[in-house]
Ligand binder design. Structure first.
Ligand SMILES: [Zn+2]
Length: 341
């Protein structure tokens, strides 16, 4: 298993081009609202701050993990493939240059609504990033200006993230395992066309496990909280492998990328292609994964997001799954508990 090290004591800004006069804040902005895992209220030691799109910041024991950094503002355009762009409707809950220290980035795929041009220019080059092989090659092919600490994972392979400064039998660790994701249906005519036009990049989901392990044994890991992040995927057969692999293992939380994103396909014009889950697929995903709780993200930030959150809420109610879903607005924080491992 690959190993990487993060160092929360290395107190440097996430970006390398802080405007003059701006200093790095020590923390995220105060949340608009704080919500909790319903069954565990009162003992929270970790949280997720919802920035917008698929951007979240997960905080636990002094560590900050950022997912799919996208900090464009309302009215900004994002490039999503040859001849395809979309306008952002919303603002992120924190600005790129007002981020506190970030220790690790999980990037599901190399696409403008998950890693925009400003983010790509600004992030400090040695920020640890875990992503797909495709994104890794884009981030590391820039000669002098490449990112220098990028790990790539294929589905069901893992990297152990070691937290510097913690030692002994209960060293804090994160185990990140890539999950399959499909932006376009498998084995379809569309898929071969897509490969041809190379419009839609390959994508990963993640199983992010927060836990501890013996510092002297690189493979030792006892999980304390397990988060499945779907990435931009449709509800496809490849995902059925996930509950098989995690049978009898509790998945505490699912962060589901919804939005029913409709991307006009240059190869198929005038047809548009749905490339992320809509409301119905989101409910199918809840049933498949059986996570203790689901939080939808990536649902209304761009004009190409065609399936509103209200549709998902209706489908959830129709399915009688209201108790299994929690809704966050941008700027809200979700508190949870990493069990004593
Ligand atoms: Zn997306």
């Amino acid at each position: 298993m690959q190993r990487i090290f993060i160092d929360p004591e290395n107190d440097r800004p996430a970006t390398r081009d802080l405007p003059s006069g701006v200093t790095m804040p020590g923390d995220l902005p105060p949340p608009k609202e704080v919500k909790f895992h319903p069954s565990e209220y009162g003992s929270e030691d970790a949280s997720i701050f919802f920035v917008g799109t698929a951007t979240t910041i997960i905080e636990w024991a002094g560590i900050r993990i950022m997912t799919d950094p996208n900090f464009l503002h309302a009215g900004d355009h994002v490039h999503l493939g040859p001849g395809v762009s979309s306008t952002r409707r919303t603002n992120p809950a924190v600005d790129l240059h007002n981020l506190p220290r970030i220790d690790l980035v999980l990037l599901s795929h190399y696409h403008g609504d998950h890693f925009d041009q400003k983010v790509e220019t600004s992030l400090r080059r040695d920020l640890p990033i875990i992503t797909t092989p495709h994104a890794q090659s884009h981030l590391t092919n820039k000669d002098a200006d490449s990112f220098t600490n990028v790990s790539a994972l294929d589905p069901f392979t893992s990297v152990m993230v070691e937290v510097k400064g913690t030692a002994g039998p209960k060293r804090r660790r994160l185990r990140v395992t890539a999950m399959p994701g499909k932006h376009v249906p498998s084995h379809s005519a569309v898929e071969s066309l897509n490969e041809l036009v190379n419009a839609i990049p390959p994508t990963n989901g993640w199983m992010l496990e927060l836990g501890v392990g013996d510092a002297d044994d690189a493979t030792d890991f006892v999980y304390g909280y397990r988060i499945y992040i779907t990435g931009d995927t449709l509800m496809v057969d490849e995902l059925k492998e996930i509950p098989k692999r995690y049978a009898n293992k509790r998945i505490d939380l699912m962060l589901a990328h919804l939005g029913g994103t409709m991307v006009p396909s240059p190869a198929l014009a005038p047809l548009a292609l749905m490339v992320t889950m809509d409301a119905k697929q989101g409910v199918q995903m809840i049933r498949l994964i059986q996570a203790d709780l689901t939080i939808p993200i990536h649902y209304d930030d761009y004009e190409v997001f065609a399936s509103p959150l209200d549709d998902f809420k209706k489908e959830v109610e129709k399915a009688g799954l209201e108790g299994k879903v929690l809704y966050l607005d941008r700027g809200d924080r979700f508190g949870f508990t990493v069990r004593e491992a």
